[in-house]
Design a protein around this ligand. Structure first.
Ligand SMILES: *Cc1c(COP(=O)(O)O)cnc(C)c1O
Length: 341
C-alpha cells in the first residue's frame, strides 16, 4: 500500500475520467477549434459568471499570465509572504512581468483589507514602484488550506476599487474553499478581475488550469499564453478530463476535508506533535515536538510506505485527495497512533 500524501497533485485519472479523455472530440486549440476546450472554457466562465476563460497547461503559467495582464514592468503587486506566486513560481513575477512583490505578514497566508491599504505606495510618489495589483490565494497552500472570509475579500475589493488596483485570485484550490464553506462560485466572479482554477489538484486531472476573467483584461490573454509557450493543439483530451472533474469530483472534496480533519485530530493527541494548524480543507500542517527529529519521523513513515512533505523550519504537510482511500486512511491513523517519540 503506497500512501502518498505529499500533495493532491499525485492522483491518477479514474476509469471514468480515462473514458472521457479517450472519447473527447478534439481540434487545434491554437486556432480555437477544439470543441472540448471551448466547452470547458465556456463552462467555467459561466460557472463563475465571468466573461471569458482560457485553458493553460499549469497553474503557474496561468498565474503568471494574469500578473502580466494586470501590470507593466517596474510596477508592484501586493501579496502575502507565503503566496505561491512569490515563493513557488520560480521568480516568474520578475522574469515574466518585471514586477516586484510587496509582501504582507498575513495570517496563515491570508491578508486583510487594512494590510492591503497600508501597503499601497502613493501613486504620485515617483521614488517607489507603482502599486497595480493585489494577489490573493484561496485556499492558501503554505497556510495549510485556510479559507478567506468572503466579507474580508469584499473589503479588499473596495480598497482595490478606491485605488484603481487589479485583484487576482490564485484559486488553485478554490473549489475546496467553495465546498468547505458552501459558497457560491458567482460571488467570486463578482469580486475578482481574474481567477485561476487548477484542475490537477483536488479535482484530479493529469494537467490544466483555467484562467477566467473580465473581457477587458482577458483581451491579450491568448497572446501572453503564446509568448509563455502555452498554446497547445489537440488539448481537448485534457479539457475532457477537466469537464469530467467538474461534474464528478467537486462535491467529493468534502470527503478529503473530512479525512484531513480526522488526521489533524489524531496528530493533535500525539506526544511527538508540538502543534497542528487549524485544518479547514484538505491540507494538514503540523510541527513535531523537540523529542523527535523530522528525519526520523519521515523514515518511520516511509518504512510504512507513507510519504508526506517536509516544508522546512520543522513544518510538515499532508494533503488528502481522490486516491487516498478509506483503507489507507485507517492504516495511516493506526501508524500515527503507534509512533513513539
Ligand atoms: C499548485 C499551485 C499552483 C499551480 O501550480 P502548478 O504546479 O504550476 O500547476 C498555484 N497556486 C497554488 C496556491 C498552488 O498550490
Amino acid at each position: 500500500m503506497n500512501i502518498d500524501l505529499r500533495s493532491d497533485t499525485v492522483t491518477k485519472p479514474t476509469a471514468g475520467m480515462m473514458t472521457a479523455i479517450m472519447q473527447a472530440e478534439t481540434g487545434d486549440d491554437v486556432y480555437k477549434e477544439d470543441p472540448t476546450v471551448n466547452k470547458l472554457e465556456a463552462t467555467l466562465a459561466d460557472l463563475f459568471g465571468m466573461d471569458e476563460a482560457l485553458f493553460f497547461p499549469t497553474g503557474s503559467m496561468a498565474n503568471q499570465a494574469a500578473i502580466k495582464l494586470h501590470t507593466q514592468p517596474g510596477e508592484q503587486l501586493i501579496c502575502d509572504k507565503w503566496a505561491h506566486v512569490y515563493n513557488y513560481e520560480g521568480g516568474g513575477v520578475s522574469f515574466n512581468s518585471g514586477v516586484s512583490c510587496k509582501l504582507i505578514d498575513g495570517d496563515r497566508g491570508m491578508i486583510t483589507a487594512k494590510q492591503v491599504e497600508a501597503a499601497i505606495n502613493p501613486p504620485d510618489f515617483y521614488h517607489s514602484p507603482l502599486t497595480s495589483l493585489v494577489c490573493l490565494e484561496n485556499t492558501t497552500n503554505k497556510g495549510g488550506g485556510a479559507c478567506y472570509d468572503l466579507s474580508e475579500i469584499k473589503k479588499i475589493r473596495a480598497v482595490c476599487d478606491q485605488h484603481g488596483l487589479g485583484l487576482h485570485l490564485d484559486g488553485a484550490r478554490l473549489m475546496n474553499a467553495i465546498v468547505a464553506n458552501e459558497e457560491d462560485t458567482k460571488a467570486y466572479g463578482q469580486l475578482f478581475d481574474t481567477i485561476t482554477i487548477c484542475l490537477s489538484k483536488g479535482l484530479g486531472t493529469p494537467m490544466g488550469t483555467v484562467l477566467i476573467g473580465s473581457k477587458d483584461i482577458m483581451h491579450h490573454a491568448m497572446r501572453i499564453r503564446k509568448v509563455l509557450g502555452g498554446g497547445m493543439r489537440q488539448i481537448g483530451f485534457m479539457a475532457a478530463a477537466g469537464l469530467y472533474a467538474l461534474e464528478h469530483h467537486v462535491e467529493r472534496l468534502a470527503e478529503d476535508h473530512k479525512k484531513a480533519s480526522e488526521i489533524a485530530a489524531v496528530l493533535a493527541k500525539q506526544d511527538y506533535v508540538a502543534k497542528v494548524e487549524p485544518t479547514e480543507t484538505n491540507i494538514v500542517i503540523f510541527y513535531l515536538s523537540e523529542a523527535i527529529q523530522s528525519q526520523q519521523f519521515m523514515e518511520e513513515l516511509s518504512s510504512q510506505e507513507i510519504r508526506i512533505s517536509d516544508m522546512g523550519e520543522g513544518k510538515l504537510r499532508m494533503v488528502t485527495h481522490l486516491d487516498y482511500t478509506d483503507v489507507m486512511h485507517t492504516h495511516l491513523l493506526t501508524v500515527l497512533n503507534s509512533i513513539k517519540k
